[in-house]
Design a protein around this ligand. Sequence first.
Ligand SMILES: Nc1ncnc2c1ncn2[C@@H]1O[C@H](COP(=O)(O)OP(=O)(O)OP(=O)(O)O)[C@@H](O)[C@H]1O
Ligand SMILES: [Mg+2]
Length: 581
Amino acid sequence: MGRGRSGAAAVALGLALVAALPFAVTTRYGTNLLILAAAWSISTLGLTVLLGYTGQISLAQATFFGIGAYAVALGTSRWGIDWWLALPIGLAAAGAAGVVLGMTTLKLGGHYLAMVTICFQIIFSQIAINWVAVTGGPDGISGIRRPRFLVPLDTAQQYAWFALGALFLVGVAVWLLKDSALGRSMRAVRENELAAEALGVDSLRVKVTAFALSAVIAALGGALYASGFRYISPDTFSLDQSIEVLAMVLAGGSEAVPGSILGGFLLTFLPEWLRDLKNIYLVVYGAVIILVILFMPEGLWGWARLAGRRLARPAPPRRARRPLAVGGRGEAGEPILALENLGKHFGGLKAVDGVDLTVRRGEIHALIGPNGSGKTTCINLISGLYRPSFGGIRFLGREVAGVRPNRIARRGMARTFQNIRLFRELTVWENVLVGAQRAGGGERAVRERAAAALEFVGLPARAHERCRNLPYGTQKLVEIARALAGTPELLLLDEPAAGLNQTEKQELVDLLRRLHAHGLTMLLVEHDMSLVNQLSEAITVLNFGKKISEGKPGDVLADPVVVEAYLGNRDAALGLAREHA
Ligand SMILES: Nc1ncnc2c1ncn2[C@@H]1O[C@H](COP(=O)(O)OP(=O)(O)OP(=O)(O)O)[C@@H](O)[C@H]1O
Ligand SMILES: [Mg+2]
């Protein structure tokens, strides 16, 4: 969508460059630089997947580059096997190492993760230097053979075509990945891991996959490097090089394929252009990188694209062929969610303390209570973000207490958040697509549901705006659309009306009424008593984590215990009185 024509143009331009560059560069030295740039750019594309898409930092890219290089080096020069057999061995080894590294993200993130990857890198360097019997130690390995591809690839020029061709293919693959279901899940995890989990994205699996893919891609770069220069030694696969790959991806623009390639080429050629500066070359080199990162947070490519983006406005998504299938498939009135003696204690604080609650299919069930009474904690328990201290949660007949959020979501639950948790850098359309992925089916089915969900909340016209640029009320609608797109059986709404003006509130009431009419079951946490009174069929009231009242709106809002609980909050108590009157 929108990227079709410009995408085709970019691919054509890429192909033309692949064909022309080895002709344009006439010196042997220049051709070698081309090969070098292609190899490192491929490894940079690995970081595009890992850092750019998934938001995970790694300073071990040279390790995976090295694994690919050693596989081809050992395979072709020592073990006498063909390059085309040594390559997959190297890719598999790198992929496995990537999985191991990715598993550490289960416990670690941010700077801890950075430290772990640095340690991983240092261990690899030490092995490469000290395990002389296999790696040849500091002397390295020579006599590495080149692959045969149509022709034997003996000249530097032929090999440059081969390496650039590989770069081109990896570039296209990484570019296509971005808008696939996996790529969207990666970017959702980067933007907001909790929200992604609550939409059914298995964030650990996505991160491990990203590490593995990134490792395999880097290993391919390493393999091309090794046979390109026919000699390798450990200093090529050091922490310095990993830092350089990181600099390449940041300077170029971490989320864009052309940016990463640009970064890879620039940082390979820059040292050559700066050679005449002799001693101060490293200073200039460092300064250039700092300036780019400082003044172009989205890298050179992101900066160059800003102008272009204003010109090219993609068309809105195609209209859905069918309206959204909201509401479940079961019998109206059957219990679909049951909390039994549910509790959550934070140290000495009893946020939720033995709550029983049953939500029936098709109803709007309100959960109210003064500030801090445990409403959000309940929602977090039900959706799996918190593990209960005690008690049970049955959803659609199965126990879900302690089950990971993405699994609960995939059983048919969706939620919104009290503090909006959108994927801010993604567009409205992309947010809703991630939500639509929960219900499965192919890309077509996902797009169809996403379009229908956008139409349901009336937002197709804003489909291609980035969420962070939207007004608050619209962001809340996007969150609802994103939750609806997965066609859940149960929707949990945590204060959907908070922060909305009167017009927006009325629109929300209309929207929830329409959802109700379609048979969707909702658990609604809300402070606005007028809204609760208009919409809900049953109300449960919490105070200090305990249930203090339950029943039909008229009875509950008049219950003296409830009025008493709300008296601390004058506005809420007045609201109660007004609704009761
Ligand atoms: N992760 C946490 N760690 C420690 N205490 C928490 C945590 N989450 C919530 N609490 C505490 O639990 C109690 C209930 O909080 P909760 O957010 O569930 O209230 P709420 O009913 O949603 O309130 P509000 O109407 O203000 O949103 C509060 O005292 C809160 O400070
Ligand atoms: Mg709350």
